[in-house]
Design a protein around this ligand. Structure first.
Ligand code: BGC
Length: 781
């Protein structure tokens, strides 16, 4: 956990004012820069000390064995792991004859600032070498949103108190040494030096390396070019070998003088293109970046973000920490998705190698809702990526004996990489989560091309799975048995309510869309009978209710199970999956993460107000939040049923997951879904946003501590701003033709000329539901 106060609370940046080596790996994740295509962890310019060096290219992975103690039919045989590609961030420095390394000498001052409006990471430090020679280093780094292959660094060194000779080595390094992989030695071996060299070049200030991954056969190129300025420049030279390309600059600086090096880096990769083609690709990207120039790249970055913030900013008054955290969250979610362009958005974005760089349902359920309302084009691209993986998903369905598509639980390129069936492939709900994201995107954009070319196919193939996975019993009820819902502490259960409700919506949406697009439907082989069967299954979907307790059962018989012995569980035994056998968790009432509670958000039409309140209280007492995906869902329903203070506490947990490293694993990369969840918790929780049949409904309410909440959503080419303050909500249309919305069920039309103001009803204070002992979220303030 990050417990020290080195990160100042400021509205538009994250500032680190002291270097704490014990949390260096966490800071590398927090300060990671990415555009969804290229990702650079926030490693120090000189490379060391480091927690985990990381340069990633979305989609570049190596295959590795998936070992099983006992073989079984349908187990994936090969896994995929994100790999560290050539490191283009490296700028090593020799001060007189001593390497600039903060572990030696004396660090006189240190500051790093992640600037959320400029989209850069800035660093300033003053260091005295062991021999007592002091230099000031300033660097600014960016990964360009506008030129997706490009990243750049401006690096400056100033002599402070004596004349120094500097040697600066700007490098591209492939197969850099990483901390050892713990676990299976076969896996470690497959990942050691994953890049085979194919070509290297160094000419003047230009460097290039081309490599190919050994098993996955992906060709990766990195190139760099430099501009150097120093009054007393003594020499520049460059060299290259298999895994290293280096520009070396020497200069002499008198006190007060400085040298400046601008480094532009371009990346490219392909599973199909030849060496000359990827070489050409990175050279071209570099030529583009050079012609824009450093100042041009900075200006483009700021303009891109200005546009984003004008659409997406969330203003929070009354809690400076949450204000900073939600902007930090929006920034990182944008970084993860902005330019991923028909590639997956991994659970950690491109901020670390956690979860092997895999994507999960996190993308469609947490990340895409935020992006749908703030950067919708990136959502279309992410869903087109899913569509491009349909061949693998259809093949997986065939293999498992089913119709339609089975999308993978975790993957990089579309193939299932989960080696644990119960908390893997059996979580079939990912199919319905994808369908839900398709429906939301279409409802919010009316993108007709997407609907016809992508929406129909995704909805049809996902619906087909449900029809084939489920069955009608002798009463005609439809059941989906033996699946795992979001709560991974209950596996292979029957009629998981979340799965069934999401599948029901998926089946209906497929039937509706094929009616609207008969030609596309016919091309996919859908006939009237199939669509009717989808509707029948949807109508007959089983949802279990425990009438004695008056609550929905998370799955059939769930409420009959023995309740977990919470009182006998010590705080250090959480997360439970690391301290108790799964089989024991599976047969008890204990919930890892919001499951039925999430269903009440995603399918809010399927529950009455009273049901929501009773269910929430029941599942609160069982939910331990061993997943970072839970707090934000609990925040939304807590707010809806009137527990505003509790909702606020959950917002805090979701928002500070990484800034405070609450789960002690931020070093592996950021929790992108939890970051997106912060936005969800504020906008859907306190803003009460729900999209019902394409109409935006709001039911705003603020916890006592928040004086004001304002946010914007983009919908149907309009930009709507919602501001909640002093028991009033104001809806203003910033752009576009008049829009119909609902405020607490009342229809309003908002136009550019006439903002609408409505009062916010008071929320009576209710007794709070209980969490399992010791699992209450931290009280804010
Ligand atoms: C959660 C999953 C999630 C995964 C990746 C797991 O701990 O239980 O729901 O998809 O992490 O974030």
């Amino acid at each position: 956990m990050i417990t020290h106060d080195a990160y100042a609370v400021e509205p538009w940046c994250v500032r680190e004012t002291e270097l704490h080596l014990d949390v260096l790996p966490q800071s590398e994740s927090l300060f990671a820069l990415s555009n969804g295509h290229v990702g650079w962890r926030g490693n120090l310019d000189e490379g060391e000390p480091h927690g985990l060096p990381g340069s990633y290219l979305n989609g570049v992975h190596e295959l590795r064995p998936l070992p099983y103690a006992e073989a079984g039919y349908g187990y994936p045989e090969s896994g995929q792991t994100v790999i560290d590609v050539s490191n283009g961030k490296l700028i090593r420095l020799l001060v007189n004859d001593e390497p600039f390394d903060l572990r030696y000498g004396q660090l006189l001052s240190h500051e790093r600032v992640l600037d959320l409006r400029a989209g850069v990471l800035q660093r300033t430090c003053e260091w005295s070498s062991p021999a007592g020679c002091t230099v000031r280093v300033r660097s600014t780094r960016l990964v360009s949103f506008t030129q997706r292959a490009v990243a750049a660094i401006a690096y400056e060194v100033e002599a402070v108190d004596s004349t120094v000779q500097l040697v600066v080595q700007s490098e591209l390094v492939a197969n850099e040494q990483l901390p050892p992989v713990v676990g299976d030695p076969r896996v470690a071996a497959a990942l050691e030096s994953p890049l085979d060299p194919e070509e290297h070049a160094a000419q003047g200030s230009r460097l290039r390396l081309v490599h190919r991954t050994r098993r996955s056969g992906l060709r990766v190129a990195a190139a760099a070019d430099h501009v150097v300025r120093a009054s007393d420049l003594r020499s520049t030279s460059s060299e290259s070998s298999d895994d290293l390309a280096r520009l070396t600059v020497t200069c002499v600086l008198r006190p007060g003088e400085s040298m400046r090096l601008e480094k532009m880096v371009a990346y490219g990769w392909s599973g199909a293109r030849s060496v000359p083609a990827v070489r050409g690709q990175v050279d071209a990207a570099l030529a583009g970046a050079r012609s824009t120039g450093w100042d041009g790249l900075l200006a483009q970055q700021r303009a891109y973000l200005e546009d984003f913030w004008s659409r997406a900013d969330v203003e929070v008054e009354g809690d400076a920490e949450i204000q900073q955290a939600v902007r930090f969250a929006l920034f990182h979610v944008l970084q993860a998705g902005a330019r991923s362009e028909r590639r997956a958005i991994p659970a950690k974005g491109l901020t670390g190698s956690g979860y092997d760089g895999h994507s999960f349902w996190d993308t469609e359920t947490f990340v895409l809702p935020l992006l749908t309302y703030t950067a919708p084009d990136s959502v279309a691209e992410a869903l087109r990526w899913r569509q491009s993986t349909l061949p693998a998903a259809r093949e997986r369905a065939r293999q498992l004996g089913h119709q339609g598509a089975v999308f993978p639980w975790r993957t990089i390129d579309g193939a299932e990489c989960s080696a644990y069936w119960p908390a893997g492939t059996a979580a079939f709900h990912v199919n319905a989560d994808i369908a839900d994201a398709v429906v939301r995107y279409i409802a919010c954009t009316s993108d007709a091309d997407f609907e016809r070319d992508t929406g129909v196919e995704l909805l049809v193939e996902t619906a087909r799975l449900w029809r084939s996975l489920g069955h009608h019993d002798h009463h005609g009820r439809f059941h989906i048995d033996g699946v795992t819902g979001p709560d991974e502490y209950s596996a292979l259960s029957d009629d998981n309510a979340y799965t069934n409700l999401m599948a029901q919506a998926n089946l209906r949406a497929a039937a509706d869309i094929t009616e609207r697009h008969p030609e596309q439907a016919a091309a996919l082989g859908v006939d009237d009978e199939e669509a009717a069967a989808w509707r029948d299954a949807a109508e007959a979907m089983t949802i279990h209710i425990d009438h004695n307790l008056g609550v929905h059962a998370q799955s059939a018989a769930f409420t009959m199970h023995q309740v977990w012995d919470f009182a006998g569980t010590r705080p250090d035994q959480y997360p439970l999956m690391l301290n108790f056998p799964y089989f024991d968790l599976y047969r008890r009432q204990v919930v890892k993460q919001a499951d039925l509670v999430l269903a009440m958000f995603m399918r809010d039409d399927a529950f009455t107000e009273e049901e929501k309140a009773r269910n929430f209280a029941y599942y609160e007492a069982l939910t331990v939040r061993d997943s970072s995906l839970s707090a934000c869902c609990q925040a939304v329903i807590a707010a809806e049923v009137g527990h505003l203070r509790l909702a606020y506490d959950y917002v805090g947990e979701s928002a500070l997951m990484d800034l405070k490293d609450l789960e002690n694993n931020t070093r592996d990369g950021l929790h992108i879904a939890s970051l997106a969840g912060t936005w969800i918790a504020l906008v859907a929780g306190f803003g009460g946003l729900r999209n019902r049949a394409g109409v935006l409904h709001f039911a705003p309410k603020l916890p006592e501590k928040l004086a004001r909440l304002a946010f914007s959503v983009q919908v149907l080419r309009r930009r709507l701003r919602v501001e909640i303050q002093d028991s009033e909500a104001t809806y203003s249309l910033l752009a576009g033709s008049p829009l119909e919305i609902c405020h607490y069920g009342q229809r309003l039309t908002v136009s550019e000329k006439s903002p609408q103001r409505r009062s916010v009803p008071e929320v009576p204070s209710l007794p709070e539901p209980q969490q399992p002992p010791g699992r209450r979220p931290t009280r804010r303030h």
